[in-house]
Design a protein around this ligand. Sequence first.
Ligand code: 5AD
Ligand code: SF4
Length: 450
Amino acid sequence: MRAHVITFGCQMNEYDTLTIQSELVAGGHELVDAPQDANLILLNTCAVRGKPIEKVVSLLGDLRKERRAGRDVSVALMGCLAQLDEGKAIAEKFEVDALVGPGAITDVLEAIEAIEEARFAGERAAFESLRFREDLVDHHTPPHEGALTGFLTIMRGCDHHCTYCIVPTTRGPEVSRPLEAIVREAEAMARAGVQEVYLLGQNVNSYGLGDASLPSFAELLRTVARVGIPRVKFTTSHPMNFTSDVIDAIAEEEAVCNYIHLPVQSGSDRVLRRMAREYGRERYLDIVREIRAKVPDVVLSTDIIVGFPGETEEDFSETLSLFDEVAFEHAYTFIYSARPGTPSHRHFDDMPKRIKTDRLARLIELQKAHSLRANGALVGRELRVLVKEAARDGDFVMGHSDQQHTVLVPKDQVRRLGLHSVRVDQATPHTLYGSVVGADVGAVPLRLAS
Ligand code: 5AD
Ligand code: SF4
């Protein structure tokens, strides 16, 4: 079939899409760039908040309309939404042909077989696979040729039970991939010229926990740091699994970037308890103090939810004061979204939207001030930037620093994509503008920028 995959949500989903695409190619199907050219559209969905679900619903609405108007196209609903009752109901309503959960993505070829058979009979397939396949943890490697950045999933699922989060339901319990499979994949990336690898998982630093045959996350990090990829980054981390040996590995291993994403969610002990985050404000601050002491130039980012049920103005002000105390360089901020099936949805009442949006606006203002302060301090400094692609403003190319700053460089200064030394000329809260200084600093031959 002529297939087109549309990805929503996190980097785990982007990696899963690569896996889905390699399955499709292995099965003899063609990947098409434009959705209009496809006769099979696969939606790799996210269910963590209401917004990404709304986007999927609207897309499915459009597709149903086109099909009713005579377009010959089948639709597969894959990923986190597919795993939920909510997804099943949506699939029914919009006459989706296949429902494939995030633990079953390698069943995609089976789904297509069912779709093809049904098409032959002039029917709708209604294929369903929602199992958590064990072999998915050691599945084949998606190709990396020509990529500067590689995603590498090291574990799947989550054993924490944060009360707002649907992920333990959609992605199931934690399973770590075998060390050899990870190292093999990292080595393949190094050979293919990948300059930066992201080790991915819902909770990467609980890698190997409870399995004596596997190394700890810190040991894994040190191993991957030595395969020859210049930069190693990882996401996401749970503070309770962020142990001293991980901080030491970051401090000591040259290739491990001094960038840490450490979701705090709230600054109020009372809210953290209701979220079942397993730590309090002081414990989080202790971890941050250890990180900043051992990794002085670290950039810290976080996730924060505002408007969790029962969050008072005082609770919220504790989130603001924690933000000041940590001085996060960056943050992803979210309005609490009640997810059916989560404990917080069952046990607590949602609060008025107005209060939530007001708090979000105040938090974003504070976050911008911190980002501007941190970015402003970089003006005049040189950063190593992985220049990746043309920026939206056509006069610039875009890249990321070792510490994950978004950096724009005038296009005429860059002959090749890859690692460059860049001097920062100007800073805004979200972007640094810089000039290339000296030669390319890439460790391997770099490709010509288009
Ligand atoms: N509502 C709002 N934000 C959420 N997140 C997870 N679940 C919810 C929810 N129900 C946020 C958390 C998490 C990030 C990936 O998404 O901050 O760290
Ligand atoms: Fe969700 Fe919490 Fe697990 Fe993160 S750690 S995926 S927020 S349950």
